[in-house]
Design a protein around this ligand. Sequence first.
Ligand SMILES: [Zn+2]
Ligand SMILES: [Zn+2]
Length: 187
Amino acid sequence: MRSITTLDLQYAHRFYGFQGEAQYLHGHSGGLTIEVEDSIEIGVNMVFPCNEIQKTAWALLKNFDHALILRDDDPMLPAILGVYEKQGIKNGSPTNQMKGVAFKTELATAYPDCRLVVTKETMTVEGMIKIVYDLLKDKLNIAKITFTSGVNAASCEYNTNNIIDRCPLCGIALSESGVCKKCGYRK
Ligand SMILES: [Zn+2]
Ligand SMILES: [Zn+2]
């Protein structure tokens, strides 16, 4: 069975080199749906607590919210960083508080201090799904990701092989040593 959660992300981006209006900087409200698949953990009668899926995903994906997403070869990138630098906000500002955990993968690097994510590929809805799966695949048994942005939508299904041990009392993933970080249960 699956536990399903959704997240909203507001972001700005552009498709550098794309022959169409998306080559101009513009913004979106994106909707991300993450489906986690596993057996039902009998103790809690659920696959995985949806608020925990959300918490795990949001810790990293917060970086995309109210952020600018640009491809690493986009000439707008050094231009914008130059403006941020001159303004003294490139390395953070006291009003920039809703920051995600910085990350760097093959596909994307997050700079929470200046609310920027630099991607290797164009951040289409398909591109975003690849980035999200890569960030979360070891933390959640992801069976499907759907991302919608304006009239665009894409989804991808995955095989879930990594069985994650869950706490029979609260449902969250146990640590490698079999301990629940939330309620202290030991396997
Ligand atoms: Zn767009
Ligand atoms: Zn627990």
